[in-house]
Design a protein around this ligand. Structure first.
Ligand code: ATP
Ligand code: MG
Length: 438
């Protein structure tokens, strides 16, 4: 076991400014302001985490975390634009326009063996709120590459864990005993995969081996936290490679059990998921917005479609109604793993239940689909399906074309002109009210 460092007595290797490439130009003005003001007030002030790691990699970091020996209250007294957040451990958020700089007071590691109440029965950390010194703070961080401290006093980097060499070697190594660190916080498995995907790092063999025995511990992680992780995994522009890594390390099934089962037996569904992820990454690269509801819709699509068929066989209802009903049921199941806010599940259900309507290309009701508030998302979804041979390309072309037509052309496309003298038969419709989400 290396580097468990409970007492934090090990001295850091100090890499002087001449020995590294982290330039102040790579640190935001706001972060520099906070660092300098803390330093001038006599406190220690370090940039830490992803900001240092990404700067070493020339990746132009955007997110800056600061660590200091000032208490949150002391930080607040230095900045008027500062708010203290968090109950379990208090953090200071210093705001500059839209940018927020997070300032954390050094904390001691939670692996004090004499303090049982800090862990649950599986070893998960439930309490981690004791202030400490920098050489205690370092050991509670996850990976060596995330445990580098850039010192504003002399622009050196403090390295306790050989993190600098690991960044250069592009290796993700957990600090301390991998198995214990994953038990303390199983989300670290998702973080390993996320950093591997984003940075192109290799997950160290010791971590891969430890992950093998611990994937199921993710079930103990609060569903709300997993939703936050889900966003980071799939909205940062590396969704496709991250998805492959999650599957490779048997983590995807812990997040989306029903989806994982379908993906393993359905090549076309897998191709569809890949197309959607690729498309999402492309949008992020182009600076376009991405909504989590679209990918959630893709991930839940086949489980929902299958259940909808069952529900339709049980009771007479339209395809759209059965999809909406099945979406409600599958989403409820999924919520036990990842709590998806209603603002995403409601539009997702709408997007999916609109799918059968693309097959109807005649008359006013068909044409009205263009005005539906979920048309755009539903159309994009259908288009992706057609790209992987899961929807009729002719139908896709029809809906692509009608969007740019003049009102007259459109009326023609939907064959709207009723023949004189032709009587319309009154239509009877059965309505079934879909369940309301709570
Ligand atoms: P990015 O901002 O690119 O997602 P990051 O490494 O900065 O990456 P954050 O979630 O912002 O990640 O966390 C900041 C730092 O806090 C990390 O670099 C790490 O040192 C520490 N940290 C965050 N989450 C954990 C965790 N679950 N276990 C241990 N340390 C963590
Ligand atoms: Mg960060």
């Amino acid at each position: 076991m290396k580097n468990t460092g409970k007492t934090g007595s090990k001295a850091p290797k100090v890499i002087s400014r001449a020995g590294h490439n982290v330039s102040r130009d790579e640190i935001s003005k706001a972060a520099l302001k906070v660092l300098y003001r803390l330093h001038k007030a006599g406190y220690q002030a370090f940039l830490v985490g992803g900001g240092v790691r990404d700067a070493i990699l020339d990746l132009h970091p955007k997110d800056f975390d600061i660590a200091t020996d000032a208490t949150p209250e002391e930080v607040r007294s230095l900045f008027s634009n500062c708010r203290l957040i968090g109950r379990r451990f208090r953090l200071a958020h210093v705001r500059f326009g839209r940018e927020i700089i997070e300032v954390a007071t050094f904390r001691a590691a939670a692996n004090h063996k004499d303090d049982d109440s800090a862990h649950d029965t599986e070893g998960r950390i439930i309490r981690d709120n004791v202030y400490g010194t920098i050489d205690e703070d370092v050991w509670r961080r996850d990976f060596t590459c995330n445990a580098l401290y850039y010192n504003i006093a002399d622009f050196s980097i403090w390295d306790y864990t050989d993190g600098f060499a690991d960044v250069k070697k592009k290796r993700l190594v957990l600090i301390g005993d991998p198995s214990q660190r994953l038990r303390e916080d199983p989300v670290r498995m998702l973080r390993a995969v996320r950093f591997a995907g984003k940075l192109g790092f290799t997950i160290d063999k010791s971590v891969v081996e430890a992950m093998r025995g611990h994937t199921s511990l993710l079930t103990n992680v609060p569903a709300a936290r997993l939703f936050d992780e889900f966003l980071k995994l799939f909205q940062s522009g590396f969704a496709e490679v991250t998805f492959d890594l999650l599957r490779e390390h048997k983590l995807f099934g812990e997040l989306f059990p029903a989806t994982d089962e379908e993906l393993s037996k359905d090549e076309k569904y897998l191709a569809f998921a890949h197309a959607a992820l690729k498309n999402s990454d492309k949008r992020v690269a182009e600076g376009k917005s991405v909504t989590p509801m679209f990918l959630l819709g893709v991930f839940l699509w086949v489980p929902i479609k299958k259940l909808a068929e069952i529900r339709r066989a049980e009771e007479k209802m339209s395809e759209s109604q059965s999809l909406s009903l099945a979406a409600y049921e599958i989403v409820s199941q999924q919520q036990r793993r990842i709590s998806i806010p209603k603002r995403f599940t409601v539009p997702m259900r709408e997007m999916l239940s609109l799918q059968p309507r693309f097959e109807h290309r005649r008359g006013k009701r068909a044409m009205n689909l263009l005005e539906h508030r979920r048309f755009r998302a539903a159309y994009d979804f259908m288009l992706l399906q057609s790209e992987v041979g899961q929807a009729d390309p002719e139908i896709a072309k029809f809906w692509t074309d009608v969007q740019t037509q003049s009102p007259e052309e459109r009326a023609m496309s939907f064959q709207m002109q009723s023949k004189p003298g032709q009587k319309r038969r009154p239509r009877r419709r059965r309505r079934r009210k879909p369940p309301q989400e709570s």
